[in-house]
Design a protein around this ligand. Structure first.
Ligand code: ADP
Ligand code: MG
Length: 350
């Protein structure tokens, strides 16, 4: 069941929460809406759900105009951050809820609930009450309950947001595996880029009510369409475009800023034809990798990353002069990006 969002805008008072959103969510895919708090992710999800009507534009679900179809008729499953399980119902009763409302036969309900308990790996816990489960287990019950009525679309709004980091990590890989089994078209809201990267087939990056870019995790990371995307999906150095740096790294001379990821800075101990000098300030050991803090001649601080074996080869010490090369520095003009090195796929502006 594909979802097509066409020119959707939504205003709250004078605040523009969504501005001309165009987006196609392909059938059977898991798509993440990623962006900072207040960027309009939940509003867009609520428009898809029918909990919020757009001011302009339309939402088509499975080729049907659903813009004004009531939320109850849309056959959508929801999972929210705060598990809204019924406290006085057992886990089985919670999962069965939607099926009971539909007055499905007892035997069918029993069979379906057992299958779902298996699917979310909670077989054996069906007779417990929500208070007797951990937070992660409760979110799995919420997911089973949402899936029970065989929704056409599954919408998840920061479903793991209230859980601690370790449980979140476990649940995100679990969700990915679950989606590979059930293949229901799913939209997953998160402000955590790592979570989006790990879980989603495609990522929609939102900022101030607009879509900045749509792409696979690799596309948005390697070929960001805008400075916002570049900075949001991973750590980045932003350098001032001095004539020397622009020339040495063969960047367009109209650039306002130069963007470069720490791991894309290559550190040398001797000058190279295309290197710029820097002073090494500090080496910070972070397990398998080492963060390198450096200062450029213009006083700007930059970060580099080395593996331990790279560090061992280089034999670096603080205050020494190092030489930086990079084939992956990027600049952006308007909304299109330029790489300092010919790139096979150029990012497309949305
Ligand atoms: P996100 O989920 O990305 O954090 P939201 O979609 O919840 O963002 O909200 C986007 C903006 O719209 C926020 O600034 C929020 O305050 C505003 N907003 C959302 N819902 C309402 C509402 N019902 N009334 C007024 N403002 C709202
Ligand atoms: Mg939200």
């Amino acid at each position: 069941m594909s979802i097509i969002i066409d020119r959707v805008s939504k205003q709250f008072g004078s605040f523009q929460a969504l501005q001309n959103i165009n987006l196609t969510i392909p059938n059977g895919k898991l798509v993440a809406l990623l962006g900072p708090s207040g960027s309009g992710k939940s509003t867009l999800l609520r428009v898809i759900a029918g909990l919020e009507a757009p001011d302009t534009g339309s939402v088509h679900i499975n080729e049907q105009d659903s813009t004004y179809v009531d939320v109850r008729q849309r056959n959508i499953g929801f999972v929210f951050q705060h598990y809204a399980l019924f406290k006085h119902f057992t886990i089985r009763q919670n999962i069965a809820f939607g099926l009971e409302i539909r007055k499905e036969p007892r035997s069918l309900i029993h069979k379906r609930v057992s299958e779902l308990l298996d699917l979310v790996q909670l077989a054996g816990l069906g007779d417990r009450y929500p208070a007797q489960l951990s937070g992660g287990q409760r979110q799995r019950v919420a997911l089973a309950r949402a899936l029970a009525v065989q929704p056409k679309v599954l919408l998840l709004d920061e479903p793991f947001g209230a859980l601690d980091a370790q449980v979140r990590k476990e649940l995100r890989s679990w969700l990915r595996r679950l989606h590979d089994e059930v293949h229901v078209t799913s939209v997953f809201v998160t402000h955590d880029q790592e979570e989006a990267m790990e879980v989603a087939d495609e990522i929609v990056i939102m900022n101030q009510g607009r879509i900045e870019q749509v792409g696979t995790p690799a596309q948005v990371y390697d070929h960001p369409a805008t400075p916002f995307v570049m900075s949001f999906v991973g750590p980045v150095n932003v350098l001032r475009p001095t004539a020397h740096v622009l020339q040495t790294w063969q960047l367009p001379d109209r650039a306002d800023q130069i963007f470069i990821r720490p791991q894309d800075l290559k550190i040398h101990t001797t000058p190279q034809p295309d290197s710029i000098p820097a002073t090494l300030d500090r080496l910070i050991h972070l397990g398998w990798e080492v963060q390198v803090e450096m200062t450029l001649p213009d006083g700007h601080t930059v970060l580099g990353h080395l593996t331990r074996s790279e560090l061992a080869h280089l034999d670096l010490s603080t205050n020494q002069t190092v030489f930086l090369t990079s084939h992956k520095a990027m600049t952006f003009q308007g909304h299109s990006a330029a790489l300092s090195f010919p790139s096979p796929i150029l990012p497309t502006a949305i």
